[in-house]
Unconditional design. Structure first.
Length: 461
């Protein structure tokens, strides 16, 4: 079924590219092309231009999107944003009676300029489909809007994070917020050097006392989950339609995991158990402050270039369809600019006294980021009791030293998280089972994963 789906998508991409050629080049640079002019501009009963955004069931809209839609639609600005439902739990039929998944219907609508104008990565069940569309030129280069005369400007946003999302110098996806994925440890055990290679990780691990937990535990699968599974995106390149699971780096990671005990049961820690590393996702100032102190060292996921920490914007990225009518694209940009507004971004991440509220992430808007940091820093050293479940504890506030450390960490990031969907995880982990069972060597498993993943990626590209 998947192969048939992607053959259909490939055919649609061919037709889409052909139309781009007729319009005179890359469609993302030519919003006055043939396709968009043929797409009608729809309006509601008040005459407002409709901006249609792809979503799953309405009740599951991300809260930041739902609140932004409500506020934006009350502005009487000539536009009205509404969701278009692609229910991921439902298998539908096309006009010929053939079965279609929600992802396939959305892919086809994006490429053919029908039913949808704005897409978020969260719109897809398999987020990799969103990245593939980005690579195929199905979305508008948002730099043409950022450098224009309306809406938010490039200088107002974190250009470093935007550059990480570029494709050939173009920006097809806009992250609203960002998080950081990394590994860290205490300086007593990991030293003071940040951003390790695998050799450095192995050297430090070999010096740890007996009984140390690698992360939250110590056995083959749990070390794999912490060290490899969380970082699988570094071995997939959707831009070039390739993967590198047969690389010496991936083989060495598998061999490292294979040295641990094979039991799947968690070992029970003692009161004095030493933890070597922790895998962390920082989705805002509170989470960063809660998980770090002056002894925390960010070693990252081990990598050849020693830059293993990465930006995580999954489920927070938005794009404007290149096949949408130019006037609809302008309205879509006005809506995205509203979500990027300083007040909107800062208020979505406001500090809530008395309750532990999860932040959406670090704002991409520079002023909102600084406002939130300043608010934290103005209270540094003060108590902030919060309640999580039935427990109360002192969360406190970000200190200047922690803030400086955060800025250095953000500045060191040079890549984004690439989504690895369920099918890919199944391929990889079914092969890894053979390694842990002693049935194959790490080289054999890596070669098998590479072959199967190459086939899967080629079908989708």
């Amino acid at each position: 079924m998947n192969k048939l789906v992607y053959l259909c998508i490939a055919a649609a991409l061919f037709m889409f590219t052909a139309c781009q050629g007729d319009a005179g080049g890359d469609y993302s640079e030519n919003t006055d092309g043939v396709i968009s002019e043929q797409v009608p501009v729809l309006t509601n009963e008040n005459g407002d231009i409709l901006i249609r955004i792809a979503a799953d069931e309405t009740e599951y809209l991300p809260i930041e999107l739902r609140t932004a839609m409500d506020s934006f639609n009350e502005m009487d600005n000539g536009y009205h944003v509404e969701p278009v439902i692609y229910a991921q739990a439902v298998m539908g039929k096309d006009e010929s009676g053939g079965l279609q998944t929600a992802d396939m219907r959305l892919l086809m609508d994006v490429m053919q300029g029908e039913n949808v104008d704005v897409v978020m990565d969260y719109s897809f069940y398999d987020l990799s489909n969103y990245d593939i569309l980005s690579e195929k030129g199905a979305f508008v280069d948002l730099y043409t809007f950022l450098d224009g005369d309306s809406g938010i400007s490039r200088s107002e946003l974190n250009t470093h994070v935007l550059e990480i999302h570029e494709n050939g110098g173009k920006l097809y996806q806009m992250p609203l917020y960002f998080g950081i994925e990394t590994m860290c440890g205490k300086s007593d055990y990991v030293g003071t050097k940040e951003n390790w290679t695998l050799d450095e990780l192995i050297t430090h691990w070999e010096q740890m006392p007996e009984g140390t937990f690698f992360c939250n535990n110590t056995n083959q699968w749990l070390v794999y989950m912490s060290l490899v599974r969380s970082n699988l995106g570094s071995f997939v390149d959707y831009k070039n339609g390739s993967c590198s699971f047969d690389s010496p780096e991936f083989i060495a990671l598998l061999e490292f995991c294979n040295q641990f005990p094979e039991t799947k049961e968690k070992l029970q820690p003692d009161w004095d158990t030493v933890y070597f590393l922790h895998s962390y996702s920082f989705n805002g100032f509170d989470k960063f402050q809660r998980c770090t102190d002056e002894d925390t060292v960010f070693v990252g996921y081990p990598s050849e270039n020693g830059l293993g920490s990465f930006v995580d914007t999954l489920r927070k990225r938005y794009s404007i369809c290149a096949a949408a009518h130019p006037s609809v694209q302008e309205g879509a940009w006005e809506f995205i600019s509203y979500m990027l507004n300083e007040d909107v971004q800062a208020n979505n991440n406001a500090i809530h006294d008395g309750s532990d509220v999860e932040e959406y992430g670090f704002p991409i808007n520079n002023a909102a980021f600084q406002r939130m940091a300043d608010e934290q820093l103005s209270h540094q050293g003060e108590s902030r009791p919060v309640t999580a479940g039935e427990k109360e504890y002192d969360l406190g506030y970000l200190t200047q030293a922690e803030y400086d450390q955060l800025l250095i960490l953000i500045g060191s990031l040079n890549r984004m998280n690439s989504p690895i969907d369920k099918a890919a995880h199944n391929i990889i982990e079914n092969e890894v089972k053979a390694l842990f069972a002693g049935e194959r060597t790490a080289e054999e498993v890596a070669k098998a994963i590479q072959g199967r993943m190459e086939i899967m990626i080629s079908e989708r590209m």
